[in-house]
Ligand binder design. Structure first.
Ligand SMILES: [Zn+2]
Ligand SMILES: [Zn+2]
Length: 127
């Protein structure tokens, strides 16, 4: 069960349905009693640990995980639109196999892997 702060962060990400930065979340949740960035980051860290949220490095933002199976392996890919900011999470077993193979060859123990594609979504590309 997520704690109260985690639940508030989850609710905000669900409501807006797009990746959000920690300070944007803080601005939204101030009225709920969250006052410091540390509280936000702590809640986000726990949500990431539980596989409910992904960190998108290129946006310095956090997105709700839309696949329940992510928690077990921490591998995800996002197609991020530079125009409208939408980030669609995609899963492909072939990509996961490639990531596993790369790690194995390096003797690398992967904790998590997020592949980020940057470009235009279908709607924006055809505008
Ligand atoms: Zn996911
Ligand atoms: Zn777009």
């Amino acid at each position: 069960m997520p704690g109260r702060n985690q639940q508030l962060v989850l609710d905000a990400l669900t409501r807006f349905d797009r990746p959000m930065g920690a300070y944007e979340l803080l601005g939204l949740l101030r009225q709920e009693g969250l006052r410091s960035p540390l509280q936000i980051y702590r809640a986000l860290d726990q949500l990431i640990e539980e596989g409910l949220v992904h960190r998108i490095e290129s946006l310095s933002a956090f997105a709700l995980c839309v696949h329940s199976e992510c928690g077990s392996h921490g591998r995800a890919a996002f197609a991020i639109c530079a125009n409208c900011g939408r980030a669609s999470e995609v899963h492909d077993p072939a990509l996961e196999r490639v990531l596993r193979r790369i790690a194995r060859r390096q003797g690398f123990r992967t904790k998590s892997a997020t592949v980020e594609l940057s470009g235009l979504c279908e709607a924006c590309a055809h505008r």
